[in-house]
Design a protein around this ligand. Structure first.
Ligand code: ZN
Length: 663
C-alpha cells in the first residue's frame, strides 16, 4: 500500500470550479509553497457523470496528470455526498425524509439517504469506474469515502423497511421486542411487524429503548453504506489507503465502527478564531484531535484545516490572527496528525461557500495567510523525517461513547447536563495540567493506562463493567461520575441502588438524587476548601468507600459528595456531583503526584504541551494558542528542531508561538 504516514501539508482543490488555464499556475504555486498532497473530486459528481451513464473523466485525467507532473500526491473523494440533480429527479428515493415527513431537497449537499438502493447502485457504479480509471495513476495514493458522515435520522420508506429487518435480526420475535423495549407502557405493544415503523413525528415522548435502537440502526446504515464503497476500492485499488473525514464533535455517529474499516481516520478542523473564545477553543480543539486519534488509536489526517474566516450560512468569523493558522496546524501534528490538508487553496467565487475563505482570497492576490502557510509548509517539510513514525503515548484516558451520549440526549437528565460538555471540562483540566490524555471508546482495552476517567456511564453491560473492574483490580485508578449504572444496554432502568453494577467497585450506594440543574451548590474538600457544583447531586452512603468531599448546603449538607475506594491493587473514585473545573484540577494534580504521571509542569493559560515518541526520539511540542506573549519555564536544556538552537530557562512564546524541542 502507498504510504500515508508522512508528516506533510496539503490543500483541498476543486479543479472543476476554475478555468482550466488556472490549473497549472495554481499547481505550480502549490509546489513552491511546499504542499505535498491535494484532495480532489469529493463533490464533483455532476462533472464526472453529467447525465446518467455519461462518464466524463478526461478533465480529471488532465488535472491528475498536472499534479503528477509537479510531484503532488492526490487523495480522491468518492462523490456520494452530492448526488447530482438528474439522479435525485429520476430516483427521489435518494433524498432523505425528516421526522416530520418533509423531504431533504437537492441543491445542497449531504442530501443522501444511506439506505437508498438507487444511491447505493449509482454510487457504486461511479466509484467502480473512478477506481478502475485511477488505480494505476501515479499521482493517486488514497481515497476519502463520501464527506463528513452525519446523522440525518432518515424516515423514508427504504429506512422503514430496513429498520424493521434490523430489529427482526436483533430480537427475532415481536415478544422479545416488546419485552426488551418495555412497550407495555402506554399500550405501545406490537402485535404485527408492519406496526413497527421509524419514529415519525419526532415526539420526544416515544419509547426511549426504541429511539436508542433507531439510532443504532442509523449508525449501522452509515457503516453499511461505507462498506459497499470500501469493498469496491479495496478490490480495484489495493495499493490505495482509505480514509473518511469526520467533523464537528459530538456527531451522532458510531465513529468507531466507521473507523474500523478505514486505514486512517481524518478530521475537518476549524478552530474558532474569535478572541472571546480563546479560553475554550484551544482546549475543545485539543479534545477533537484526541477524539480523532482515539478512533483507530493511531495517528490520523486532517482533511480540512482552517485557512481563513469561515462564513456563508452564518456570519463570518474573525480573520485568523497572525500565527493562528500555523499554530493550529502544529497543534494537530502535536496531537497525532501526520498529514494536514488545508481547506481550501482558493476561496470559491460562487456557490454557498463563497465566504468560507481559503488560502487565496477572491482578489486572486496571494496575501498574508498564504505567506504564513508557506512558512508552515517549509517548517513541516524540514522536520518531516524526524517526526516520521512518532506517536503519542499517554498514561491517562477518558472513555467516550456514542451510545451513552445518544441515550442521555434522548432523556436529558438535568438542565445543563451535557455528556460531551462534561467530557470537555475534564479534558480541559487534564490538558491545562500538561498531562497527555487519550480519548477512546468505552469498550477499548485499558492496558497501559495509569488513570482512566469514565464520565456518566448511564448504560452498562457486563462487558463494560468487567473491563473497568479488571483495570482497577490490576492497579489502575478509575474515576466514575454520577448517572452511572442507571440502565441496561437496552435503555431500561436497573432495579438496584445506583451506581448499579458499579456499586461493587465504587463501594458506594446512592440513597437518593437531586437533579439541581443550573443551580450552583457547594462541596467542601478534606482541607475545608469550597468548590461549586452543578447539574446533579447524588446523596451517597459509602459502603466501604471513604469520603473525600462533602456537600456544603441543602438538606444533604455534610453528607459525602465524592468518595474513593480501594479495589484490588487500584482505586475507584466516585463523583456524586458535577464539580467545577478547579476541583478537577486540584484532584488530578494530586493524583499526578501520587501516581507519578508524566506531565509538563507550569504551563501558562493557553499553552499546550504534548510529546510524540518514536524510534527517532521524543519531541516536545509547546504551543501558545493565545494572543498574549507568555513565558514557559523549561525544566532543563533542550535543542529546538525549528532552528537547532539550545533552549533553556524561561522560554518566551509570542502570540501563537510554536516550539518543537528534542527530548
Ligand atoms: Zn432513508
Amino acid at each position: 500500500m502507498k504510504r500515508y504516514d508522512h508528516v506533510q501539508m496539503g490543500v483541498d482543490y476543486y479543479p472543476e470550479h476554475w478555468d482550466e488555464s488556472m490549473w497549472e499556475p495554481d499547481i505550480k504555486l502549490m509546489k513552491e509553497t511546499g504542499v505535498k498532497v491535494v484532495r480532489v473530486a469529493e463533490f464533483a459528481w455532476s462533472r464526472l457523470e453529467p447525465t446518467e451513464g455519461n462518464y466524463q473523466f478526461e478533465w480529471l485525467d488532465r488535472a491528475l496528470n498536472l499534479f503528477h507532473q509537479y510531484d503532488l500526491q492526490v487523495v480522491m473523494g468518492t462523490p456520494t455526498a452530492t448526488p447530482p440533480r438528474w439522479l435525485t429527479t429520476k430516483f427521489p428515493d435518494v433524498l432523505p425524509v425528516f421526522a416530520n415527513g418533509e423531504t431533504f431537497h437537492p441543491g445542497v449537499r449531504g442530501h443522501r439517504c444511506y439506505n437508498s438502493t438507487s444511491l447505493r447502485e449509482y454510487g457504486s457504479r461511479i466509484i467502480l469506474r473512478l477506481a478502475e480509471r485511477y488505480s494505476e495513476h501515479p499521482a493517486v495514493i488514497g481515497w476519502q469515502t463520501d464527506n463528513e458522515f452525519g446523522m440525518l435520522d432518515c424516515h423514508c420508506d427504504a429506512c422503514n423497511t430496513a429498520f424493521r429487518a434490523w430489529v427482526q435480526a436483533k430480537y427475532g420475535t415481536l415478544d422479545e421486542v416488546n419485552a426488551e423495549w418495555g412497550t407495555v407502557v402506554w399500550s405501545g405493544e406490537y402485535s404485527d411487524w408492519n406496526e413497527l415503523t421509524v419514529p415519525l413525528g419526532g415526539s420526544p415522548h416515544q419509547n426511549p429503548s426504541f429511539l436508542l435502537d433507531f439510532q443504532r440502526f442509523q449508525w449501522d446504515s452509515v457503516v453499511a453504506f461505507q462498506t459497499a464503497q470500501i469493498n469496491i476500492l479495496r478490490m480495484i485499488c489495493p495499493e490505495h489507503f482509505i480514509t473518511h473525514n469526520f467533523h464537528s464533535y459530538p456527531q451522532r455517529l458510531d465513529m468507531y465502527a466507521v473507523g474500523a474499516d478505514l486505514d486512517v481516520a481524518a478530521f475537518d478542523y476549524y478552530p474558532n478564531t474569535s478572541p472571546t473564545k480563546q479560553d475554550t477553543t484551544p482546549y475543545s480543539g485539543a479534545l477533537s484531535l484526541d477524539v480523532t486519534r482515539g478512533i483507530k488509536r493511531q495517528n490520523f489526517w486532517i482533511m480540512e484545516q482552517l485557512s481563513g474566516s469561515p462564513g456563508c450560512w452564518m456570519p463570518m468569523w474573525r480573520t485568523p490572527y497572525p500565527g493562528l493558522i500555523r499554530a493550529y496546524a502544529w497543534q494537530a501534528i502535536a496531537r497525532g496528525a501526520d498529514t494536514v490538508v488545508h481547506f481550501r487553496w482558493r476561496s470559491a467565487i460562487s456557490g454557498a461557500e463563497q465566504f468560507w475563505h481559503g488560502l487565496i482570497d477572491h482578489s486572486n492576490v496571494p496575501g498574508r495567510r498564504l505567506a504564513e502557510f508557506t512558512q508552515l509548509c517549509h517548517e513541516v517539510n524540514r522536520l518531516s523525517d524526524k517526526l516520521q513514525g512518532t506517536m503519542l503515548k499517554n498514561e491517562v484516558a477518558i472513555l467516550h461513547s456514542h451510545e451513552e451520549k445518544a441515550a442521555l440526549d434522548i432523556q436529558p437528565q438535568a438542565e445543563g447536563f451535557d455528556y460531551y460538555e462534561n467530557i470537555k471540562q475534564i479534558h480541559r483540566a487534564v490538558t491545562k495540567l500538561g498531562i497527555g490524555c487519550d480519548v477512546i471508546d468505552l469498550r477499548q482495552p485499558l492496558d497501559g493506562y495509569k488513570v482512566v476517567i469514565a464520565p456518566n456511564l448511564y448504560l452498562l453491560d457486563e462487558e463494560i463493567v468487567r473491563n473497568l473492574e479488571d483495570f482497577a483490580l490490576a492497579g489502575g485508578t478509575l474515576l466514575i461520575t454520577n448517572r452511572s449504572g442507571v440502565k441496561n444496554i437496552n435503555n431500561i432502568a436497573v432495579m438496584q441502588p445506583l451506581p448499579g453494577q458499579l456499586s461493587y467497585c465504587t463501594g458506594v450506594e446512592v440513597l437518593e438524587y437531586d437533579p439541581i440543574g443550573v443551580e450552583t451548590h457547594v462541596i467542601v474538600d478534606a482541607e475545608g476548601n469550597p468548590y461549586e457544583c452543578t447539574q446533579w447531586c447524588d446523596i451517597l452512603r459509602p459502603v466501604v468507600a471513604q469520603p473525600i468531599a462533602w456537600y456544603g448546603d441543602d438538606f444533604y449538607r455534610g453528607t459525602p459528595a465524592v468518595t474513593v475506594n480501594s479495589f484490588g491493587k487500584g482505586q475507584v473514585y466516585y463523583f456524586g456531583t458535577h464539580a467545577e473545573e478547579k476541583y478537577w484540577s486540584v484532584l488530578l494534580e494530586n493524583l499526578a503526584k501520587e501516581k507519578g504521571l508524566l506531565r509538563f509542569e507550569g504551563l501558562p493559560n493557553g499553552v499546550q504541551a504534548s510529546v510524540r515518541t518514536g524510534d527517532q526520539g521524543s519531541f516536545l511540542f509547546l504551543l501558545n494558542l493565545s494572543r498574549e506573549s507568555v513565558i514557559v519555564p523549561l525544566p532543563r536544556e533542550y535543542s529546538s528542531l525549528l532552528d537547532n538552537k539550545i533552549r533553556s530557562g524561561e522560554l518566551q512564546l509570542e502570540p501563537y508561538g510554536v516550539e518543537v524541542l528534542e527530548i
